[in-house]
Design a protein around this ligand. Sequence first.
Ligand SMILES: NC(=O)c1ccc[n+]([C@@H]2O[C@H](COP(=O)([O-])OP(=O)(O)OC[C@H]3O[C@@H](n4cnc5c(N)ncnc54)[C@H](OP(=O)(O)O)[C@@H]3O)[C@@H](O)[C@H]2O)c1
Length: 307
Amino acid sequence: MENRKKLGFIGYGNIGKLIINNILSLNLFDFKNIIVSNRNLNKLNLLIEKYPDITVTSDNKFLAMESDIIFIFIGTEDVKNLLEEIKPYLNENTYLIHSVAALSFQMISKIYNGKVSQVIPSMASKSESDLEKLTYLKRLNDLDEILELNRKKHGVSLISHNELVEEENKEFLEDLFSSFSDIKVLGRENLENERNMEVATILSSCGPALISIFIKNLVKLSNSYCNLEKEELENILIKTVKSTATQLDENNQTIDEIIRNTATKGGITQVGLDYIQNNNFVIDTMLKELFKTYDEKITILNKQYGL
Ligand SMILES: NC(=O)c1ccc[n+]([C@@H]2O[C@H](COP(=O)([O-])OP(=O)(O)OC[C@H]3O[C@@H](n4cnc5c(N)ncnc54)[C@H](OP(=O)(O)O)[C@@H]3O)[C@@H](O)[C@H]2O)c1
């Protein structure tokens, strides 16, 4: 039933582009019922070329007036102005879904008192190359390969709902995001401890960047001790990270099993493991820095929203 509703998407930046393309590629909705808005309309040129039946605009009031469900993928600092701008055009049934970390339901309720869900997606979700492959397979009408590709889920989307969100809305959002990512729904009991959402966000949403910088630094430093090409080292490490993740996620190996099997007695792996273990404080310091930044952001936002 939600599939016949009008969907509006505001913000076509890093995450908006990824999620909007993931959603449109599912072919679940009538493209005539889709409106996408971005401040700079030029960013939407390729999208409208690919999906000529959708509507693109930079007029959020028009989008709000026309949409039953509105997804917001814009930066934290822009959300308050946007909510104030579109509020007169929302009705009691409008369902807002936003991807903004640190923005609480309480803050939003200062401006809009209706159904709101938060979904924190991950850049690790289905990539543009997957989507290009899907378009190609659709052209070939290769149903088996399409099914296989669609079965692949990437990244974890964190979802939470305010108390006004109805069961059919929850089902819609959770089904939609689980079509291309794994989902973790955080219920009211999980949200009582505000660090729960923050920790989950750090792992799922900051995770791709944190893992990437670890890879980058390990490659860069290793490269300074040898004369193999940086690209070769990067390739070795990325393939190793990928197969380790597969062993853990799909082959039911545990982290401790992999550590045990890799660190042969008297071998060099154990030296590295011991070093990392003894210097865990670096990761702990990073986490504390992230929490400090979260707390500062929340203080600024609380002030902004009059809380
Ligand atoms: N990046 C991630 O991995 C990630 C993961 C989870 C959650 N998030 C959250 O998602 C949100 C967006 O992040 P991002 O990385 O995608 O940021 P981004 O790349 O800066 O994209 C924001 C987009 O929103 C557009 N925009 C801003 N204000 C607008 C308005 N009033 N009306 C229409 N469009 C507007 C911007 O347009 P212009 O380009 O024209 O300025 C830009 O295209 C943030 O709140 C972030 O915390 C991000």
